[in-house]
Design a binder for this molecule. Structure first.
Ligand code: MG
Ligand code: MG
Length: 256
């Protein structure tokens, strides 16, 4: 990953634009969520998100990102696939799958970045717990997104929430500042030490994204050079919101 590490504090006008990008992104994710059922291809999910983005005159920052260039506007990661799964006409969702969708939107020069995981039909108890814990970890992290706290407080809250429930957080992939660039500073890992890291200030906009694994923290990348899977084949989940630090409560920029 090529990270621009600079931290850019956003003013009110910029936060408003980020909220608009975040809302469009949420619409795209909602359109995908509505289609989740056995038999649909992951390419069809990508098309649904692209249709929403196009209707707002937007594109995804994921398209053509990186090396090799990512070929789609969303990532679709199923079961042991943690993040960065490539949509395909050949890949169909099946009953019992746990599917993670990550989408980005560039609107008026600013980016919204958000992800969710959902089950297809009935899930195993392990999958249900994984979903609840990953979503809870995101909420625990967001609760620490307050001026005066440090990024380490956010990271530690996510790590503690997950590990105290017997699950694992990835070490290789992290939350990040977001704005005009998809990856700005500060970096916000899913593990950390209270009081360490960057001081949070009003106007910082950060994508928090707990990536949680059932059996191990270790991952590997498939030969397609994108898809990240758990090293032991165990289930994984991923939730993400772009969040603004304010003088008061954190604002969810990627809510509907
Ligand atoms: Mg994302
Ligand atoms: Mg992100």
């Amino acid at each position: 990953m090529n990270w621009a590490r600079q931290i850019h504090i956003k003013n009110e006008a910029e936060l408003k634009k980020m909220r608009e990008a975040g809302r469009t992104n949420a619409e795209a994710l909602a359109a995908v969520r509505d289609l989740l059922k056995p038999g649909i291809t992951t390419a069809e999910l990508n098309e649904a998100a692209e249709d929403v983005l196009k209707s707002h005159g937007c594109i995804s920052p994921f398209k053509n990102y990186g090396h090799p260039p990512f070929p789609a506007s969303i990532t679709v990661s199923i079961n042991d696939e943690l993040v960065h799964g490539i949509p395909s006409k050949k890949r169909k969702l099946r009953s019992g799958d746990l599917v993670s969708i990550d989408c980005g939107t560039i609107q008026d020069g600013y980016i919204g970045d958000s992800a969710f995981t959902a089950g297809i039909d009935e899930l195993s108890p392990t999958a249900v717990k994984l979903l609840e814990v990953t979503q809870g970890a995101l909420k625990a992290g967001i609760d620490k997104m307050r001026a005066g706290n440090h990024t380490g407080d956010v990271s530690a809250a996510i790590q503690d929430y997950v590990e105290s429930r017997g699950l694992h957080v990835t070490r290789e992939y992290t939350g990040h500042g977001v704005g005009r660039e998809m990856h700005e500073g500060p970096q916000v890992p899913n593990y950390g030490v209270i009081g360490s890291g960057t001081l949070l200030r009003p106007g910082m906009t950060i994508a928090l994204e707990p990536m949680v694994l059932v059996g191990t923290a270790e991952t590997r990348v498939l030969p397609d050079q994108w898809t990240v899977v758990s090293a032991d084949g165990s289930l994984t989940a991923h939730f993400e919101h772009t969040v603004a630090v304010t003088e008061g409560e954190p604002i969810l920029l990627t809510a509907l």
